[in-house]
Design a protein around this ligand. Structure first.
Ligand code: VGL
Ligand code: ZN
Length: 190
């Protein structure tokens, strides 16, 4: 089971200021995903991203501190992310609902359709957070029949409960998602 960079899209989930150090919903060690993601991006022909993109008032904020309000600094990509590689951004969580954990729920563009249109059958998922949006996106991708990979060094978890991250990886594995290490991709011959 290997990644074919021509058939694959690298998908960067929610690497936004509010999920990073000092952000409204900072993911512990979330900043550590930025370097690995910058290393991965040049290896792929297709590099796409999602943004959590909430209205200023939403029932989602009954569960979470206010974060990633559309158009605010917290919703932006960090300056250290090599955003020039990102060709397309999918916006999710855009309504007054507690959905949009999966990038397949983006409202500006249909991710499944977009993948099929570009003849992509593999999705390599990285970003934040392992136990929420990375998990939902990876499970949806696998359920829709895409060969799905998650790169361990390039994801971090919120861990509201101490083993949420472990459980997230177990759920992914059970759904047929392949867990990779950076070296699996950096060593690919292209
Ligand atoms: C996320 C909690 C709330 C995520 C988004 O991107 O994982 N988590 N909204
Ligand atoms: Zn959110």
């Amino acid at each position: 089971m290997t990644v074919h960079p021509d058939r694959a899209a690298l998908f960067v989930v929610d690497v936004q200021n509010d999920f990073l150090d000092g952000g409204a919903l900072a993911v512990p060690r979330g900043n550590e995903v930025i370097d690995p993601i910058n290393q991965l991006m040049p290896r792929f022909r297709h590099v796409w991203a999602s943004k959590d993109w909430h209205p200023s008032q939403t029932v989602h904020f009954e569960k979470w501190p206010v974060h990633c309000v559309r158009g605010t600094h917290g919703a932006r990509f960090p300056e250290t992310l090599d955003v020039l590689h990102i060709q397309k951004v999918f916006l999710k969580g855009t309504g007054n609902t507690d959905d949009g954990y999966s990038a397949f729920e983006a409202t500006n563009e249909d991710l499944e359709f977009y993948l099929r249109k570009h003849h992509i059958d593999q999705l390599v998922v990285v970003g934040l957070a392992t136990d929420y949006c990375v998990l939902s996106t990876a499970l949806d991708a696998a359920r829709l029949g895409f060969e799905t990979f998650v790169v361990r060094e390039a994801v971090r978890a919120v861990n509201l409960q101490p083993d949420d991250e472990k459980q997230a990886f177990e759920r992914m594995r059970a759904a047929g998602v392949h867990l990779l290490q950076m070296s699996d991709i950096l060593n690919l011959q292209t």
